[in-house]
Design a protein around this ligand. Structure first.
Ligand SMILES: Nc1ncnc2c1ncn2[C@@H]1O[C@H](COP(=O)(O)OP(=O)(O)OP(=O)(O)O)[C@@H](O)[C@H]1O
Ligand SMILES: Nc1ncnc2c1ncn2[C@@H]1O[C@H](COP(=O)(O)OP(=O)(O)OP(=O)(O)O)[C@@H](O)[C@H]1O
Ligand SMILES: [Mg+2]
Ligand SMILES: [Mg+2]
Lengths: 165, 155, 155, 165
């Protein structure tokens, strides 16, 4: 097992703290139209370092913060945490789990947290590099990405091969 | 850098041909680098010949054929260097039942080295998952709920 | 020409609001013409508020919500002036079962004035068709075959 | 009933003469991936007057002619016929059925046929106009068209409203 759980707070439609527990073997995310499944995918994409709001269907990065519904008012912060299994010690930390989080406030820039303490983006990228996680495009394929990957003038295929090189 | 890319390109090309032939038995696919110039900048072209058909520009492929080609490419890359985590969002939507089954077989084959998460509306896909994460929305707020798949084989 | 467009625009706007509320009960949608300039050249914007949610740019809607919005628009136009023939190619692919059912109900409601043909992989959609045209391919050549849907209600 | 049948000959994967009989009520076209369902939709689009090869997934209009398979060589002509019910005399012809066909040869331009005789495109457009058939976009919605219809800078919505005006 690699990713043990995902924690969302204030990310898009996940206003309240939500914990998604994973494990070995195939996990299927299911539910009706508009319930938030693709939002979970985008939450993972965001923590993996996606910098383009358009790749998250937004115009600005602040668009990922829960902006209210019929039952709740907007919130001012979004945070997503990925918790990785480290029971085999593959990552250079003396702990059975390693957590990587990204946080954004309405006024500002993204913050990154490694095992709950604030850190540089570079440290997060090191963790990803050591765990074999490349660019978000390497880990995520959405239905809309099929046409992008097959497009004639695209650089998508080259990016993936370079990640594997 | 160019030699490293060149070596990876050749191996991915072989893996892509193999994964494509598994997803579309009787079909063939290859990558090509047409034209002049450095290998690091030329267009990487995909050439596909579905079973029984002739090779045509990939724009003429059907929706399902295009989805399988894209998946074959991604999984071809994974056979060269497996991503530890792979999230697929409704990539099975254009597939018929037979292709969905072959696609799920390939996820099984790759699961030793990759943790897969798939978002799907497809009952056949759900039936082959080890766990189901249910998402619901109430009053514009999402939350997760446990899910039992009725009629699951063996239940 | 502008008055004719203006009248049609207003009526289509009302029909669109009604069809959307039928496809997404509890939701609201309207067309708007933001900005200055002639009605004949301004952008026609779609404003959508799914049930329980706030209105956001349509790029933030889910795949299924976008499909329903597009269908609500087309059928809103049809309520103003029904096309005699309407062919839909896998527009139901992003829809869950509940939305597929509402979509099929709307086809029934419009069928008095429009002959619908739908290409689909969805068993629920097939079950509600009066006739099934099967297409097969052999040796790269397509042909039509008769189709029986097993487990059809009433059979 | 409006459209009683579609006849395809040499159009994309329909190398041999194929007759698709329709009738009242909803018709569903079904079959495995790549069998030719969207090709049938594009055949109808083509006879309805589509002039852009890109709307038929091609680069040139000649791309709609059957270009061979593992079992057959290419052919040199494509023809699609739509047969409309005229039992109520809505169309200005003294016949229970009216057929509209479009034909293309490899070297050349499209030909149009009305009730099997060669005619001008303008005569075909009159038949469509009299039967209430507008632009191809009015009669056909393909999955890919959803994003086009919803696109911010699009003129698609305006075109449909103008057709209804
Ligand atoms: N910042 C935000 N705050 C609150 N809600 C948001 C925010 N951004 C997006 N949403 C809502 O999230 C919903 C989309 O969710 P999502 O795309 O995850 O659905 P889905 O489960 O993938 O559905 P489908 O099966 O149709 O693809 C939209 O209705 C949108 O209004
Ligand atoms: N000119 C042509 N001659 C012969 N075959 C062609 C021609 N143009 C396209 N084809 C073939 O038609 C096939 C695509 O058919 P089509 O798009 O109708 O499939 P489909 O039934 O809609 O499948 P899906 O369910 O995946 O959408 C392609 O495999 C392509 O090779
Ligand atoms: Mg989605
Ligand atoms: Mg198709």
């Amino acid at each position: 097992m690699f990713l043990t759980r995902i924690e969302l707070l204030g990310f898009k439609s996940f206003a309240d703290k939500t914990i998604c527990t994973l494990g070995d073997g195939l996990t299927a995310i299911v539910g009706p139209n508009g319930c938030g499944k693709s939002n979970v995918v985008e939450a993972i994409r965001w923590v993996l370092g996606e910098q383009r709001p358009s790749a998250l269907r937004g115009k600005a990065m602040g668009d990922v913060i829960f902006s209210g519904s019929s039952s709740l008012g907007p919130v001012s912060m979004a945070q997503v945490t990925l918790v990785f299994d480290n029971s085999r010690g593959t990552l250079p930390f003396d702990a059975p789990e390693v957590s990587v989080a990204r946080r954004i406030y309405r006024d500002g820039e993204s913050k990154y947290l490694l095992n709950m303490r604030s850190c540089m983006l570079r440290e997060i990228k090191d963790v990803f590099y050591n765990s074999g996680l490349g660019a978000p495009e390497y880990a995520i394929m959405q239905r809309e990405a099929i046409d992008v990957l097959l497009a004639n003038r695209g650089s998508e295929r080259r990016i993936l091969i370079e990640e594997a090189a | 850098a160019r030699d490293r890319f060149s070596a990876a390109y050749e191996r991915v090309n072989d893996h892509f041909a193999a994964t494509f032939a598994t997803l579309m038995p009787g079909g063939q696919a290859r990558l090509e680098l047409p034209g002049e110039g450095s290998m690091l900048t030329r267009e990487i072209e995909i050439i596909v010949r579905p079973p029984g058909k002739r090779s045509r520009p990939i724009e003429l492929l059907s929706g399902g054929e295009r989805a399988l080609t894209a998946l074959a490419f991604l999984f071809g890359v994974y056979r060269e260097k497996a991503g530890p985590l792979c999230i697929l969002d409704e990539v099975d939507a254009p597939l018929d039942d037979a292709n969905t089954s072959r696609f799920m077989d390939m996820l099984d084959a790759l699961s030793a080295n990759t943790q897969f998460i798939i978002v799907t509306h497809n009952k056949h896909t759900m039936a082959r998952a080890v766990r189901l994460v249910g998402v619901t929305m109430e009053g514009g707020v999402s939350r997760l709920v446990p899910v039992e798949l009725k009629n699951r084989p063996g239940q």
